[in-house]
Design a protein around this ligand. Structure first.
Ligand SMILES: Nc1ncnc2c1ncn2[C@@H]1O[C@H](COP(=O)(O)OP(=O)(O)OP(=O)(O)O)[C@@H](O)[C@H]1O
Ligand SMILES: [Mg+2]
Length: 197
């Protein structure tokens, strides 16, 4: 099932158009990079693709159909700052269940320890917490992952471990990934192609 962005345009309120006429497609299993200077609207476009924001022009379709408005979204996004993306009062086990039944093999590959499931977000390091956000986004219904600066704040070893696990799963499930990063080396290493905003 291909993900299509057709003629997407967006602006915040009365401010100038951030972008207009954005067209691209992603195939299952494809790893695509998205780059562009700060403030060009990469995160905004990601939010539109993941259904957090409605485009003012154009539409996003998956397999030719509009994305579902309720239920588990097949396009999942992981944000740069995991502490902003989780409920501070929920134990990690509960946060994880938001994405459907977690896959034990994936948890192990992401280096998530079972005892962390009983902890609150503030009882984990940034890197440990980000592993949960990645696991939550990779529920069984995910067809495309939008990784917006997903590993920017992590050390090189954690970054490599997370990407290794994600790419392994993407290959197994034929899941597409959009990688947003200012790290040209990372993009070149991971992506089949890179588009510019
Ligand atoms: N909720 C909002 N209301 C008004 N303006 C916003 C809002 N969110 C973002 N913007 C503005 O829209 C522009 C694009 O922001 P966005 O976060 O999409 O850029 P970006 O390309 O992801 O940048 P970076 O590379 O720094 O992450 C910025 O100028 C930002 O100030
Ligand atoms: Mg951004």
């Amino acid at each position: 099932m291909q993900l299509d962005a057709k003629n997407i345009g967006f602006r915040y309120g009365k401010s100038p158009w951030l972008f207009k006429g954005i067209n691209f497609s992603m195939q299952p299993g494809e790893v695509v990079g998205l780059k562009g200077p700060s403030g060009t609207g990469k995160t905004t476009l990601c939010r539109i693709l993941a259904g957090y924001e409605k485009p003012l022009e154009g539409k996003v379709t998956l397999g030719g159909k509009a994305l579902p408005e309720i239920g588990y979204h097949p396009v999942q996004m992981v944000f740069q700052h995991p502490e902003k993306a989780v409920n501070p009062r929920w134990k990690m086990g509960k946060t994880l269940k938001e994405g459907g039944r977690p896959d034990d093999d994936l948890l192990a590959r992401l280096g998530i320890q079972q005892e962390w499931l009983e902890r609150l977000p503030n009882e984990l390091s940034g890197g440990e917490l980000q592993r949960f956000c990645v696991a939550r986004a990779l529920g069984p219904g995910t067809r495309f992952l939008i990784a917006d600066e997903m590993t920017t704040m992590l050390d090189a070893i954690t970054q490599a471990q997370i990407w290794h696990a994600v790419l392994h799963l993407a290959e197994k499930r034929k899941m597409g990934i959009l990688v947003v990063s200012h790290d040209a080396k990372l993009m070149n290493r991971l992506c089949d192609r890179v588009i510019e905003l």
